[in-house]
Design a binder for this molecule. Structure first.
Ligand code: FE
Length: 173
C-alpha cells in the first residue's frame, strides 16, 4: 500500500474525529442504516472526506438507493478513492477508501443504476457535505464540460471511466 498524503497516528485521529467518524473512517465500521446525516440529503454540493477534506463525491451522482446509506454512481474524482477487496463478515465486498488519508468510506457494489452500474454505498460519518456556494439559480458554474481551468497543481482532474479494479460482490451493504 502506498504512503498516504495525510498520515496521522491513531491518537491524532481520535482527537480530531468524533467517535462516530473514528469508528467508520479508522475502524472500518458501518453506521446503522437510515441514521446518517446525509442519507436523504438532496442539496447540491460536494461531499468531502470527513478526515482529510479530500473531495470525494458530488451531489450530481447521488441517488436514493433505499438502502439507508448515501449512495453514489461514481466518485467525483476517480483517483480520490481506492478500492480493495474486503472479505470480512463472510461476504465478498469491495471496500472504498479515501486515497488521500486511507480512511474507510464504505463499499461499492455492482447493482447501481448508472451506465457504470456501480453503487457507492458510503457512510455519512465518513463525509462532510459542502453546499454549493451560490444560492442563486447557478446558471454557469455547474457544467464540468468546460472545466479545463481548474486549480493549478491540484491532482483533481478526474476524467476516466475507471475500467479497472472492481471485484464481484453482490451482497447487501
Ligand atoms: Fe480522507
Amino acid at each position: 500500500m502506498s504512503a498516504r498524503n495525510v498520515e496521522k497516528s491513531e491518537l491524532q485521529w481520535r482527537e480530531q474525529l468524533t467517535p462516530a467518524q473514528y469508528e467508520v473512517l479508522r475502524k472500518a465500521g458501518t453506521e446503522a442504516p437510515f441514521t446518517g446525516a446525509y442519507t436523504y440529503n438532496k442539496e447540491s454540493g460536494e461531499y468531502r472526506c470527513a478526515a482529510c477534506g479530500a473531495k470525494l463525491f458530488s451531489s450530481e451522482t447521488k441517488f436514493d438507493s433505499g438502502t439507508g446509506w448515501p449512495s453514489f454512481t461514481e466518485p467525483a474524482v476517480a483517483e480520490a478513492v481506492e478500492l480493495r477487496p474486503d472479505n470480512s463478515l463472510l461476504m465478498r465486498r469491495t471496500e472504498v477508501i479515501c486515497r488521500n488519508c486511507g480512511g474507510h468510506l464504505g463499499h461499492v457494489f455492482d447493482d447501481g443504476p448508472g451506465p457504470g452500474g456501480q453503487r457507492y454505498c458510503i457512510n455519512s460519518a465518513a463525509l462532510n457535505f459542502e453546499p454549493q456556494a451560490s444560492t442563486s439559480a447557478g446558471s454557469a458554474a455547474s457544467s464540468p464540460a468546460s472545466a479545463g481551468t481548474a486549480g493549478a497543481a491540484a491532482p483533481e482532474t478526474g476524467d476516466e471511466a475507471s475500467g479497472g479494479a472492481q471485484q464481484a460482490g453482490a451482497s447487501p451493504a
